[in-house]
Design a protein around this ligand. Sequence first.
Ligand SMILES: [Zn+2]
Length: 416
Amino acid sequence: MKQLFNVGKLIDGTGASLQEKASVLVEDGRIVRVAAQGQIDAAGATVIDAPNQVLIPGLIDTHFHLFLLLLQPVGGAAEVTHMADEMIATKVFKAANAAKVWLQSGVTTVRDAGAGEFMAVAMKEAIRDGYTPGPRVIASGPLIAQTGGFRPGSGSHGVEVTGVDEARREARLHLKAGVDVVKIYGASTIGGGGGRLISEPGWTQFTVEEMRAIVEEAHKPGRLTSCHTGSAQSIKNAILAGVDFIDHATFMDQECIDMLLETNTPIVPTQAIAWSLEKFGEKMGFGPHIARKSAEVSAVSMECLAKAYKAGVKIAAGTDADNPHASLAKECELLVEIGMSNMEALLAATKTAAEILHRSADLGTIEAGKVADLVLLDKNPLDDIRNLTSVSRVFQSGKEIQLPLYDLSGFFEKVH
Ligand SMILES: [Zn+2]
């Protein structure tokens, strides 16, 4: 099947400046040519005319949790529903809804940063095989934590090990289960999951040797590793262990920044989650201490992040969303707040994200040979990054996603 997109404006995600009146030819789900309008032979192609719209690459959320996103059902009265004591089937239906919501907001790929029972791997396969719509999933397994490191009661979202041998064994089980990114839990941060404080943010966990064993195992079959970090020491430990990218990187000091640069290790800072908990935490049923702690952490980590950005650390956009307020558009807005241009923030959610996830051959830009994950916006995000919420049509591998699955218009007005 051939499709020709004739668009008013094109931002191809390579970092090149916006092109007016461009055409993109797609064949069987792949982009085959990008050119000025009128230069491509459209014979036999379905033409998608969007003279007033902006075409961007499908967005990539480098840190998402399909199984943690708290959503109200369509037309439901509750702001959120809680996960405690849910049956597996309930969790799966909710994850399917989370997938739909993120997809319709223009996110065509997510890296699921951890779920129990390898459920993110199951979602990856279910979405890939067409059982339910959603972003393509790059999956982590449960977070591998040190014994005593993970919040009691949320065991299924993490798994605890002691020592190099157990760490190595657990990593091998993750590879067997089909995870793409083995996720290490290198520090406690705000809540330990579910909104309960288990320690002051920054409790460093695991030894470098334990983490290095996990990294060694993951790299053997060419898989990636990431590490949930908080304290400066936990970030340094993850770098020393050779982790491929750092989640959160909440409290970076100058030595962290230097080490990130020396080793060319990227970070996925996830600012939207703290922002959303600060603004909406209480309304969503978390205690006031969570909003307060989020505000404190966010103020410091935004400062650290601004320094890291200025120094040249590679940064990708990830939401860590456990609630829909922490959208990828909001994360990009916060990246602009730390100093990025609108273009750089957009690249953090497209090209850079694909690079960090080792998927640049297929994803992240609108270029010949790439998968046709495409989003049409009504407004230009280079004028105002918040225009990333003006999603009009979403195409995944060239196939249009039928919108709206959820009516998000009110939601985004409320949030932005
Ligand atoms: Zn997370």
